[in-house]
Design a binder for this molecule. Sequence first.
Ligand code: AMP
Length: 640
Amino acid sequence: MNDTAYAAFHRASIEAPEAFWGREAARIDWHVPYERVLAYEAPPFRQWFAGGHTNLCHNAVDRHLANRADQPALVYVSSETGAEQVYSYRMLYEEVARFAAILQAQGVKKGDRVLIYMPMLPEAVFAMLATVRLGAVHSVVFGGFASASLAARIEDAAPVVMVTADAGVRGSRVIPYKPLVDEALRLAGTRAPARVIVVNRGLAEAPMMKPGRDLDYATLRQAHLDDRAAVEWVESSHPSYILYTSGTTGKPKGVERDTGGYAVALAASMEYIYGGRPGECFFSTSDIGWVVGHSYIVYGPLIAGMSTLVYEGLPTRPDPGIWWQLVERYRVTVMFSAPTAVRVLRKQDPDWLHRHDLSSLRALFLAGEPLDEPTARWIADELGVPVIDNYWQTETGWPMLTLCRGVADLPVKYGSPGLPVYGYDVRLFDERTGEEVGPGQKGVIGVLPPLPPGCMSTVWRQDQRFLDTYFSLFPDRLVYSSFDWGIRDEDGYFTILGRTDDVINVAGHRLGTREIEEAVSSHGAIAEVAVVGVADTLKGQVPQAFAVVRDASVLADPASRARLEAEVMAQVAAQLGAIANPARVYFVSQLPKTRSGKVLRRSIQALAEGRDPGDLTTLDDPAGLDQIRQALSDVAASQP
Ligand code: AMP
């Protein structure tokens, strides 16, 4: 097929979505057939495969027992602990069905939430699959988040059970989880779960176990050795999981995903986008705490009957050849990573790539942040395989813009993630007029509903917030807003131009600047703060804070100023986690604001990046901007 053929394929998915997705639905098992491909009576809410009953765990695990019970399903490698283990589909089934029995014994039933706060361990994957096996709803929280972030997610999801571990490890540094979990549970108060299952890796000091609440996983596993929980068949629209993501407000949003639509969308993407075949090995370097981990470490590869490589560790340890060594050892055919990781590897000796037999690899997919041309070109040349950019979001669950090379042999254009994916009616809108813009014109990337299968159903327990957040771009028309700016060329290829809101992207991790601001201003000495994302050659962006102190006398002495900066950073790390830590905290006596009192974050960001501050017609007092300039130049002057 050529690109015209792709255009026809895409058009068919938009013009006749029911016929299109009806065909794709045959990729998964249905316990009860669906009555309607699409129920769309209350736009933009929709139900895919209405009336059908299925189960995500059955489709990822049990279904394969007939034909591939002894094939590897989960390959676990930790370069931190040296652990390496291959689980066949039969072994995976045993672990998952037993874990489900353990959860059941702790009272978990259909619809209940199970919160999973885990490092990259096989047990994290077992816990996810076990939860959906019971028709319960998992909420995985990234292990890099600290107690306040974790507590906010516990409060919103109100889980019945939590699954955690004694510790994670990063670059040989052990990070105890349990004290942080205990603090989060204390903060969550009455919303905290009654039971906490702890996987003890023996890494940290024996964790404090609260009698009656905390349960040791190894002991439970032994007690339930022969127990297997049956699959609970659920309606297609039944929630499979909640995954929290940042937005404009400080409070994270629980992105809710369905069951049947998600399974079908992932199954189709494994062929049309990733070209992964049953029996092969898929290696995604993400973390189960992010959407890529949900879709392409856990569910996508397993639904497709592939083996999934679950990796704990850095790309550079024990040496920068570790990923390529794994590609060689497990004959990885499809690999998925993020641009930041490739930028890190690019700083190493390229010989590390050439020491291994990478002949099994067919393509590398990169997602989560803008893929710059030099990075893409470098890795494509080194690997000698296509490097494909994917643009998508936690909300969509699977790619929205890319090149569907399983459909047609579309040419790569570096710097662009490509074309709208089948199922997505992607448009670019003038933010003010609501008119669509043409090639070469910047606009907000929007999607005309119905959103395809696999995309979020709603914000967990907050339908109105779903509407207000994502569908309020224009008063007279339902359009899903991606909150990203984009531009399209004559061939229809998109380029992403950054967020329209206060979300920043640090090494592919999405962070809300408002959350960081709340953590900074919870320090008693801070009166007010603005956090902005500043361009960084390695991580894409890093947060920088501009803080107004309550008592300016603290700043007179350089030592007390440095101490305050360190305290503020420690505060953010303790509340949100080190990933949210500002690269710098600048102290000022006022922030630039509009006459109506809004902080001019865009101007602050521009100055921090050495650019012109832009339109200042609404600026109230120029002294605010001067303060930012001064703080930046003071710090620059003090750098060695
Ligand atoms: P997340 O929800 O964490 O996956 O973050 C989604 C956001 O990351 C998007 O809204 C974009 O701002 C950004 N993003 C994801 N993938 C890409 C990409 N391929 N190119 C540019 N930006 C991307």
